[in-house]
Design a protein around this ligand. Structure first.
Ligand SMILES: CC(C)(COP(=O)(O)OP(=O)(O)OC[C@H]1O[C@@H](n2cnc3c(N)ncnc32)[C@H](O)[C@@H]1OP(=O)(O)O)[C@@H](O)C(=O)NCCC(=O)NCCS
Length: 169
């Protein structure tokens, strides 16, 4: 594994997430990420997109693996000028409703605070009720709509959330 030790988090203390590890995505994750992407999205990103994102500057790309090494979830983001764009988040079917996506987004919020980012935003399909409910629980609200954003013609809702200032030391 190429991930440095400092990018690995042991989540054994978190209820329900025992034994999971969270770390930066590396090239050897791309096959598993692509496989989950193909199951999770009606119009999935191609493998080459993920391969091109891994290791690029101004990215925050994370994976969660279970104790057996299987991929539980991933988060791919890009950031610039105080804005963080969530490109992708997905959780494997067997790990859903256990807090894995929440864990990934908590990690992103920590990163956003550390980097004094202003806002996190993303696009979601209006028809994706589970994801919209998930984002609502994180404080995201609708800030726009992109007409026929997806290749199958569905609009995208733009959701955003301001990043709170860092906690005082
Ligand atoms: C959306 C997705 C990432 C959520 O992942 P998850 O790990 O199951 O989410 P969590 O367990 O962290 O959920 C946290 C909270 O979000 C809400 N939530 C998550 N999934 C939900 C669902 N299917 N229905 C209603 N609320 C949901 C709940 O409030 C949940 O808390 P609870 O389980 O205590 O009620 C997952 O369903 C997924 O991978 N979907 C397919 C890919 C996708 O649509 N990605 C988003 C594209 S914009």
């Amino acid at each position: 594994m190429n991930a440095s030790l400092s990018s690995l988090s042991d989540l054994s203390g978190l209820s329900g997430l025992s034994g999971l590890s969270l770390r930066e995505a590396v090239p050897s994750d791309v096959d598993d990420v692509t496989a989950l992407e193909n199951r999770a999205f009606p119009v999935p990103w191609k493998r080459a997109y993920f391969a091109a994102e891994v290791g690029e500057p101004f990215r925050f790309n994370r994976v969660v693996r279970d104790p057996g090494g299987s991929l539980a979830g991933y988060l791919f983001c890009a950031f610039a000028a105080g804005e963080i764009h969530v490109h992708k988040i997905a959780v494997s079917e067997t790990w859903r409703r256990k807090g894995v996506a929440r864990l990934l987004m908590d990690d992103l919020f920590s990163f956003a605070e550390r980097t004094a980012s202003d806002v996190i935003y993303l696009e979601v399909r209006p028809s994706n009720t589970p994801a919209r409910e998930f984002y609502r629980t994180l404080g995201f609200s609708e800030s726009g709509r992109r007409r026929q954003y997806y290749v199958d013609g569905e609009d995208a809702l733009v959701l955003s959330v301001p990043v709170p200032p860092p906690h005082p030391a």
